[in-house]
Write a protein that binds this ligand. Structure first.
Ligand code: GLN
Ligand code: ZN
Length: 758
């Protein structure tokens, strides 16, 4: 067996990658310096894998921004608006596509499968002339060989996946585009072969979708054509993030290796191998170490898995791999000084996973006894955390089981609640509100920093936050908004804020992962049973409410969003963890209600992005996601109004689940959907309160009154005025004070005009 890696994090141990790229953008670094800084990060990454003893080290997994953009640019797929000479794509053009410039808007960005990584969507239009601008895999291979003596394995995004991820062409044109790009892929591979490259990894994660027979035929056509021209170069078609549904056809592709994910496949890939066998002339890339989770592996179980695979695949044809690129995990646990040692010793980030891969390969080759010390050490950390009190809170487990066994329903139906709530709040037609946050000005951020560093006493910080709340309650009253918020000034981030206050969460110092471009996030780690200890938002909300007669909405992040934006323990199902979060939040909801807060918003912006890759898994996910939300929100009195908020406009396919949340009022981002969202309500009758955002909060532009009245008019063609709310698309924390006030003033005016009409 050999060990192989699929991709390594780009960002460096201390986010050096981000820092140099941003310095270059800011004009503080010359292009030459950028190249040399990035080269040193890149070579450092390779060297580390070399020293650890990885047999097949990936090259060309590195990027200056995003690997999908790299692939598009390599094939000359540069949209016309970035006037370009058709030969070499310079850095200015490259970054303009990613980020926009004065003349042209950036290409769209979207989620990479079901991860929190985002790629730049290639635009493929008929006017483009594909051309090979550079052979990136070849350059990366040469660099690794000459500078480090590494016989690298170039990685290339496959043609099928590239086209699947692109937009701008009609579905009927798919085949034509395959044929236009095939010769270029052929050229890349021919040059690699000529160079003497041994293995190339062609990433085709799109093969884990359920494919039509036409799509399958395209895949066969692509790999049939490519393999015809090759004699020495070995091609490994790599899939990940799910099982392949068309196992028989995929493993029969005329290539030398197939990579499968044995971690996120729900057992399906293994069943396929065992039931249908594996071609004896091929290599199996066995993705056995979780490339996306952050936990140490149960190496004994992984060894067993490899043994099981050996029933069908000869050992010398097995590659021991992570399930996907390690791009999705932080670089190393080595620098974490503040984590509880028990937790730290159970974590494996990229470097630690590399160690696991090597250890596992050795164990596979020489027998477990040969590396028993290593295996035992790995096991100790896992077991210690597993047995720790933090993971074994019987009371939490029991409470959760009992609550989940009960139906989570409001006592009255939505119609009854509407009446009771209207009696209580006496809101005007088309009530106005906002989504929760007001601008996080430099002043707010620096106050928080000073308090965190201990330069400000907690009292001083609290006073500061109270002043912010006062200012904004006054502003909201002056504007004439109907339902007010406290403004979320005390929160940096909508998940971290709650995670820091709940038990069961931990925070790393340097556990960054790339989210998109140079932006990195540091997700909380859910490592233990989750428990509410004390009210988290009551003080600020009650304070805000004490300043006004108007209702102030309490503001919480929902269980599914907290789950989806964290690294989650893997000894419990995500469903179970979601329920634990939900019950902790229920206590907060009840505390707010008991403190006199009559409206409570539970945000679920990440509900949609948690959808599984395979459609047939959707109903199960949606069922428990809805249940979790309802566990948090259904124990309140009829008169307490539950709000929720989501920031996406693809709504159609999950509208029933969203309605099943049974929130009294929902607000949804709309303005970027060009009316598509509103059309969904022609087909589906939504019977609860709903606010479709009437203006885009992503831009500093202040939308005129008429623009908002026309948004309102359009919505009221399909929704009843009696159910409709007026609000912006999302929270306003990224905006400036001045533009926020002007935009909200226009929003209130647009509402006044609409109230006269309806
Ligand atoms: N209440 C949050 C805010 O206003 C919601 C943010 C979000 O939807 N992402 O900032
Ligand atoms: Zn939002």
């Amino acid at each position: 067996m050999k060990s192989s890696n699929l991709g390594y994090p780009r960002i460096g141990q201390n986010r050096e990658w981000k820092k140099v790229i941003e310095a270059y953008w800011a004009g503080k670094l010359e292009e030459q310096e950028l190249h040399s800084e990035l080269e040193s990060i890149r070579l450092g990454n390779l060297k580390l894998q070399q020293e650890q003893g990885i047999d097949l080290i990936p090259v060309n997994d590195f990027t200056y921004y995003d690997h999908v953009l790299d692939t598009a640019v390599m094939f000359g797929l540069v949209p016309q608006r970035f006037a370009w000479d058709g030969r070499h794509v310079d850095l200015a053009t490259y970054y303009a596509i990613a980020r926009g410039n004065k003349e042209a808007t950036a290409s769209e960005m979207t989620k990479w499968f079901n991860t929190n990584y985002h790629y730049i969507v290639p635009e493929i239009t008929a006017d483009l002339q594909p051309v090979l601008t550079v052979n990136r895999p070849l350059e990366a291979y040469r660099e690794a060989k000459t500078k480090l003596g590494i016989e690298g394995k170039p990685v290339l995004l496959g043609l099928f996946t590239l086209l699947k991820l692109s937009k701008g062409y009609e579905a009927e044109q798919f085949s034509a585009w395959v044929d236009r790009l095939l010769p270029l892929y052929g050229q890349v591979l021919a040059e690699l072969e000529q160079e003497g490259v041994q293995w190339v990894q062609i990433d085709e994660p799109a093969l884990v979708a359920t494919l039509t027979s036409e799509e399958l035929a395209e895949v066969q056509h692509i790999y049939g054509s490519l393999s015809k021209q090759l004699s020495g170069l070995k091609v490994l078609v790599q899939t990940y993030f799910e099982a392949v549904d068309h196992y028989k056809e995929i493993v029969a592709l005329p290539v030398q290796g197939i990579g499968l994910d044995f971690v996120h496949d729900r057992g399906q890939n293994l069943r396929s191998v065992l039931e249908q066998g594996f071609p004896s002339d091929k290599v199996l890339g066995a993705g056995v170490i979780d490339g996306r989770g952050i936990w140490k592996s149960d190496l004994a179980a992984k060894l067993e898995l490899l043994d099981t695979l050996k029933q069908k695949v000869a050992a010398e044809r097995l590659l021991v791999q992570p399930s996907s690129s390690l791009l999705h995990v932080p670089v190393t646990t080595a620098q974490e000084q503040k984590l509880d040692p028990v937790l730290k010793d159970a974590l494996a980030f990229a470097n630690e996973k590399i160690t696991e891969l090597v250890l596992l390969t050795q164990a596979g080759n020489k027998g477990a006894a040969a590396v028993s010390a290593g295996l035992a050490a790995a096991d100790r950390g896992r077991k210690a955390l597993q047995q720790s009190p933090a993971r074994n809170k019987t009371a939490v487990r029991q409470r959760t089981a009992e609550a989940v066994a009960q139906p989570a329903e409001r006592t009255a139906d939505v119609e009854t609640r509407r009446k009771v709530q209207q009696d209580k709040f006496q809101l005007p037609l088309l009530p106005t509100t906002t989504i929760g946050s007001f601008p996080q000005t430099p002043e707010v951020r620096s106050a928080r920093l000073k308090w965190r560093k201990g330069e400000w006493s907690p009292q001083r910080y609290e006073t500061f936050i109270k002043e912010q709340i006062q200012d904004w309650i006054r502003i909201q009253e002056e504007l004439g908004l109907d339902v007010l918020v406290h403004g979320e000034f005390e929160r940096t981030d909508m998940v971290e804020f709650f995670g820091e206050k709940l038990e069961g969460f931990a925070f790393t110092s340097l556990g960054w992962v790339q989210s998109y471009g140079s932006r990195c996030v540091k997700p909380p780690i859910i490592y233990g049973d989750i428990e509410f200890t004390a009210p988290m938002t009551v003080a600020e909300t009650v304070y805000a409410q004490s300043l006004t007669q108007a209702p102030v909405k309490g503001m919480l992040t929902g269980p599914v969003t907290i789950l989806n934006w964290s690294f989650v323990r893997d000894d419990l199902s995500r469903e179970e963890v979601a329920y634990q979060i939900a019950l902790a939040l229920r206590e907060e909801v009840e505390a707010l209600e008991a403190a006199g807060i009559g409206m409570i918003q539970v945000d679920e912006p990440a509900l949609r992005e948690g959808l599984p890759l395979k459609r047939e898994q959707w109903p199960h996910y949606l069922e428990w996601a809805v249940k979790a939300f309802k566990l948090s929100t259904t124990t309140v009195k009829d008169e307490t109004q539950i709000h929720t908020h989501m920031c996406y406009s693809e709504f159609n396919d999950i509208i029933e689940a969203i309605s099943a949340l049974d929130a009294d009022v929902i607000s949804i981002e709309t303005s970027r959907s060009h009316g598509e969202l509103i059309e969904s309500f022609e087909k589906y009758t939504y019977d609860k309160g709903i606010g479709l955002g009437v203006y885009d909060i992503h831009s500093p532009r202040v939308p005129p009154v008429e623009e908002m009245t026309s948004m309102i008019d359009r919505a009221l063609r399909v929704l009843k005025p009696s159910q409709f709310w007026i609000n912006p698309d999302c929270g306003l924390k990224t905006r400036k004070d001045e533009e926020t006030v002007l935009a909200l003033r226009n929003m209130v005016e647009a509402t006044r005009l609409s109230r006269e009409k309806y």
